[in-house]
Design a protein around this ligand. Structure first.
Ligand code: URA
Length: 434
């Protein structure tokens, strides 16, 4: 079998078989297939798509690229949550400790920033000392002790996704249903879970711009879960403006801390609670979804979720004090205000552009080997529907270098649409697929 022939066949829209998918995944994971050939295959997939059979074969080959962690000796149901990617989307850091505080065991394998979206691992690593590269043994030990652990794909677990994810990030091949579904489901199925809650984002700041595509992605992932005997529920949620106010790694950790202390933005709190409630329900810590919603709210309100998060930060080598004293987090050296050019209502905030600007300032990667700058990003001052005056502050950009600052500022200025009429309120949670 030759890689170039498989690239040509995918480019021509042909269906590849199980062994061919295994050849590609194993060859790339072992380093025998070079980045340039895998990039070409990913781009061919981006344009040609995959059949359900191919998507299953790809996912299973990716799961088999590493070990599947057995958590059966740890009591309780194991439930994880994953988002398909958004801007300012920090719900994992809120719903996971809420669910864990309610008794669910949450093994969470997350990703880094992808395209214009942020990644849970990059956010966590902005907490000084926080380590996500734990061994499987350390992962299991922490789950047994705290009921929650955050790790990334590694050479042991989901190594194929680790390599493909980093390559897709810098080759313009992220927005593909089979590539997103196989990436998410391979790492989630490798971590020994019983059930999974998915947040499938739709809108300007999401990889799926249309609800019909978000639904197809959700159905694809729920279908993969069903075939592998796992309960999977997907929420389709709006990503037409950033979630919360903060975009950028350390800035988002600050907002997580505020939210876990009951002082978070309404949209972020609401969605995090709903995701946590579904984890609690699937984890059988409540008899109904209604009851699970009440449990989630109680665990947030009584401070136990915040306590859980701090314990996990400490257990993973991070400094939990940084969650209360933000000066201990990486801080930007400069700030630029973006002002409203006119009075009116904020009718849209083009989320992808805010994510792109933040990435351009250093929060994301342009090349695989790039280091990110945890301190930079944006804090919105207003959300869609709010009234603004001419010259009032729409957003503040936090930076450490001025290299791409002007370009980022232009992008953010254009991202805010101001109109004379009050816009219609959009629903945050649009659909449930299960
Ligand atoms: N999250 C992932 O883990 N993979 C993707 O491709 C997109 C979001």
């Amino acid at each position: 079998m030759r890689t170039v022939d498989l690239i040509l066949r995918k480019r021509g829209g042909e269906e590849l078989g199980v062994e061919e998918m295994q050849f590609l995944v194993n060859g790339y994971t072992s380093g025998e297939i070079p980045d340039y050939q895998m990039s070409a295959f990913l781009m061919a997939t981006y344009f040609s798509g995959m059949t359900d059979r191919e998507m299953s074969a790809l996912t299973e080959a990716m799961i088999a690229s590493g070990q599947t962690v057995s958590l059966s000796d740890i009591p309780g149901l194991k439930v994880d949550k994953h988002s398909t990617g958004g801007v300012g989307d920090k719900t994992s850091l809120i719903c996971a400790p809420i669910a864990a505080a309610a008794g669910v065991v949450v093994p969470m394998i997350s990703g880094r920033g992808l395209g214009h979206t942020g990644g849970t691992l990059d956010k966590l690593e902005s907490i000084p000392g926080f380590r996500t590269d734990l061994t499987v043994e350390a992962f299991r030990a922490q789950l047994a002790e705290h009921g929650l652990c955050f790790i990334g794909q590694s050479d042991e677990v989901a190594p194929a996704d680790k390599r493909l994810y980093a390559l897709r990030d810098v080759t313009g091949t992220v927005e593909s249903i089979p590539l997103i579904a196989s990436s998410i489901m391979s790492k989630k199925m490798a971590e020994g879970i019983d059930a999974l809650v998915l947040d499938v984002k739709v809108g300007h700041g999401a990889f799926m711009k249309k609800q019909v595509d978000a639904r197809r992605l959700a159905q694809a992932m729920v279908g993969i879960g069903r075939r592998l005997d796992k309960r999977v529920q997907a929420l389709i949620t709006d990503m037409n403006q950033p979630l919360g106010y903060a975009v950028g790694n350390a800035l988002e950790v600050m907002e997580v801390s505020q939210t876990l202390q009951k002082a978070g933005p309404a949209d972020l709190t609401r969605l995090s609670l709903e995701l946590a409630a579904r984890m609690i329900y699937l984890g059988k810590q409540a008899a109904s979804l209604e009851e699970a919603r009440k449990v989630a709210e109680d665990r947030l309100m009584d401070g136990s979720a915040y306590k859980k998060f701090k314990a996990v930060v400490q257990a993973q080598g991070g400094n939990p004090q940084a969650l209360d004293k933000f000066e201990l987090l990486p801080n930007a050296t400069g700030m630029r205000e973006i002002l409203s050019p006119r009075a009116g209502y904020v009718s849209a905030i083009m989320a992808e552009d805010i994510g792109r600007a933040s990435s351009m300032m250093g929060a994301g990667r342009g090349r695989k080997e790039d280091a990110i700058d945890p301190a930079v990003g944006a804090i919105l001052e207003v959300k869609v529907g709010e009234k603004v005056d001419a010259g009032s502050v729409l957003c503040r950009l936090y930076y450490t270098g001025e290299e791409n600052l002007d370009e980022a500022a232009d992008l953010v200025e254009d991202a805010f649409r101001i109109s004379g009429a009050r816009p219609e309120v959009r629903e945050l949670i649009l659909e449930v697929v299960s």
